[in-house]
Design a protein around this ligand. Sequence first.
Ligand code: G6P
Length: 363
Amino acid sequence: EQAGKGEYDHFMLKEIHEQPTSLTQALEGRIDPENGRIALSDFEPGTFADVESVQLLACGTSYHAALYGSLALNQAGIQSTALLANEYSVSAPPIDDETLVIAVTQSGETADTLSALRQANAAGATTVTVTNVVGSTAAREADETLFIRAGPEIGVAATKTFSSQAVMLLLLGQCIAADHHGEPPADLETLLPALATMPDAIDGLLETSEADAIAEQYAHSQSYFFIGRGLGFSVALEGALKFKEITYEHAEGFASGELKHGPLALVTPDTPVFAVFTGEEDEKTLKNAEEAQTRGAPVVAVCPDDHRAVDVADEHLSIPETAPDLAGLLANVQLQLVSYHAADLLDRPIDKPRNLAKSVTVE
Ligand code: G6P
């Protein structure tokens, strides 16, 4: 097992560092930045021409990637909802033959997600699985499959598969929008070059990250809060999930604007707030973070160096400038590192947290 970890102490850290490679593999032959095109040959052109609405189904970290993809679809003018697969049997929205259902599952074997996928298939939806595992049950049972090509992920806490899922959902969303509207979405011109430079951007971030120092500073706090808006909200949820999974400390993610509707009652000098800035009404998120700061909470801003939040926050985790749709994924890498280093300081069994399994095959 040690041999598989290479120079790293844990698979999780190795897999965090593999993200430049896993994203390069995910994008290989699928984007053509010079000609401003997506070349997603996984699907016949026009496959999604009749799609009027999209439901994304997933659990755990994959649900956060689904939320990311769903918001990007809505921004591209396609009505879309991310749903917890384990809630689907009791709360599925109506399906008709213009509904596309996307199952997002790293393993392709999560029982809750398979059950929801089967329900959607039976209801007559067109189904797509976004997965890492060729030959998995979800890949076999959906009408179409999009492989994220992240390579094996051993750590129970998903890292590189999250970023690859989110990026592939962004691409798939652009394809759906292009088929639906009959022309490529307007922001493709900025998205494609930024996607092509994502692996280098993550490499740079990994080299310079100060997440270890931040983790050390706050490793013995009472609770950890993560806030963000828009795509940044899904990143806040994922940041908190990662943190609780591997540190065993209490962590919660909130939409920035929700902080004042309840969670603020929990804020004290002993509850650091990680604020994710993704360029989506950042002024409002900054105001929300300041409300926590006024109550004594230290604020860690996750944003580019020249962002106004840097002057306001107590601490800063830097992300490179990128296209709006991708800032959250860079912020997420910083938060993965914070969780990893905090868990390491607390001496947790990082790759195999208690009570959790890599793939949950019972409902
Ligand atoms: C388990 C894992 C999580 C994962 C979830 C969904 O709970 O511990 O890390 O996000 O399953 O897994 P999937 O394979 O469907 O993406």
